[in-house]
Design a protein around this ligand. Sequence first.
Ligand code: 4NP
Length: 159
Amino acid sequence: MNILFVCLGNICRSPMAETIFNTLLAEKNLSKKYEIDSAGLDNYHEGELADPRMRRHAEQHGYHLTHRSRPVTHNDFDHFDLILGMDPANIRTLLNRATDINRHKIKLLGDFCLTKTVATIPDPYLGNDKDFEYVITVLEDACEGLLFKIESDSKHTGS
Ligand code: 4NP
């Protein structure tokens, strides 16, 4: 299964989500079953590593961010089975760019949270240390819930 995490700049939330999800997969010996990537809805930061503040907070939680920002492409909508946006604005933009046959792949990542109720994984770009910490906490919860959901769905469908 191919999963794409999407945010606006692809330098804070989505590379963090990608790394958290990959870490969960490695812990559960599931890495071979999934292809994981992240991308941004704009290209302002194309080629850049994640924001230094995101990388610093990530390191404090044991995550190492190596992804370089790239914009979402037309091909992504075909290639990925699940495309996860961070907030309702991301979802609106993704739905506008997708074709009819691919729209069902677009989902709000916060809807997969296990212990939190969030409609938005807020953009920490203009925020402070607390905002970056919050992003990591919510993304850990959402990624755990997401993996639990797709693994239990795959057991039921046998895929
Ligand atoms: P992200 O955060 O979407 O979580 O990567 C942002 C990064 C950069 C900008 C906005 C949001 N920006 O406007 O440059």
